[in-house]
Design a protein around this ligand. Sequence first.
Ligand SMILES: Cc1cc2nc3c(=O)[nH]c(=O)nc-3n(C[C@H](O)[C@H](O)[C@H](O)COP(=O)(O)OP(=O)(O)OC[C@H]3O[C@@H](n4cnc5c(N)ncnc54)[C@H](O)[C@@H]3O)c2cc1C
Length: 374
Amino acid sequence: MLEKHEYEEFRSAVRRLAISKIQPHASAVDKEMRFPEEALEAFKELQLVALPFPESIGGHGGDLLAQAISLEEVARVCATSSLTLMVIWAGLGPIARYGSDQLIDEIIKPALDGDTVASICLTEIHGGSDVWGGKTKAEHQGNDWVLNGQKRYITNANRSEWYTVLARTSEEEFGIFAVHKSDPGLSFGKLESKMGVRGSPTADVMLDDCRIPEYRCIGDSGKGNHYMTESLAIARPMIAAQALGIAQGALDAAIEYVKERQVFGQPVARFQMTKGTIGDLATKIEAARQLLYHACEASNNKQPDARVLASMAKLLCSNVAMEVTTEAVQLHGGAGYLTDFPVERMMRDAKITQIYEGTSEIQKLIIAKSFLSN
Ligand SMILES: Cc1cc2nc3c(=O)[nH]c(=O)nc-3n(C[C@H](O)[C@H](O)[C@H](O)COP(=O)(O)OP(=O)(O)OC[C@H]3O[C@@H](n4cnc5c(N)ncnc54)[C@H](O)[C@@H]3O)c2cc1C
């Protein structure tokens, strides 16, 4: 844990970077549906890709709160760029946590420079919510594993060097595997056209007799569900941080707009109803932020309620993001509906935070289960 002022200094550094190097490209990345290469380059200045990884392997050992702050600040200007960073962490994270020294030397250490893009492949056609209903199989053949199946809606597909794949190793068990883009039998579906986070590539990942060497099985071949359950508890606060950043960016843009825009001979900011809206939205954002930071602390301290708090933070922050971005468009009037203003993009981007890494309904089930089973 850092001191409070150290987190705030870190936030200021990420905000400066985001405003100077990422924000200028956010609109083009969305409109042209292109990977945010400028953001990937910018992350290197603060070595953000290395942030969550342990110092013992060359990372910065940044805790979950530091990770959340960095995603929040990047998402404040560009949700696509925050998604890129988050998924690189999500793809590499299980390898760093559970992988052998050989995998860490081969994959993680070179990736810390910030040039490697990674994916996490869980979702399948039969339903992302039912993650353990997946049918992708990994079969041990001689000194190899052979993977067969199809993963759906995979972020960074086609752009990643490494794909961390969840696959069934027996009727009951799952393993996770590191698949390289050049491995035989790996291919990609068409790039999906999306409502938001349009600069982030999304496609199916096909594994057709995809043969990888034995050592690329990450950790124990029967513990994949345990590894992924732990990993999702870390990933969910990160989506919450992304949602919070989008909400903050939309509120900041709306405040700037209503101070400038004159209607009935005065700035929109002077109307009492506008003040009421701003007061409500700012309060909701701060409440969501406090829950998220509490969830991060719980995870840092390995508290038993960390998983439930992570789900609560994702549920609340994503709902707040949807509400704040919708109101931010409203505060802009007709201008908010135009692609010339960032709030239009932010409203589209916010929606995905209620869907991926477990929909809001799935978060509610996790939360309710923890209370009902007591
Ligand atoms: C842009 C984008 C990027 C993504 N990136 C990745 C990625 O990188 N890696 C990856 O593995 N996946 C990724 N996903 C997949 C994402 O995590 C899933 O879409 C999500 O988990 C929901 O799964 P589904 O789409 O199959 O919805 P479904 O599971 O089909 O759900 C449909 C509806 O049913 C509801 N529902 C389901 N079960 C229940 C229940 N028990 N009770 C009540 N309601 C229920 C859901 O909440 C939802 O409203 C991505 C998706 C998108 C759109």
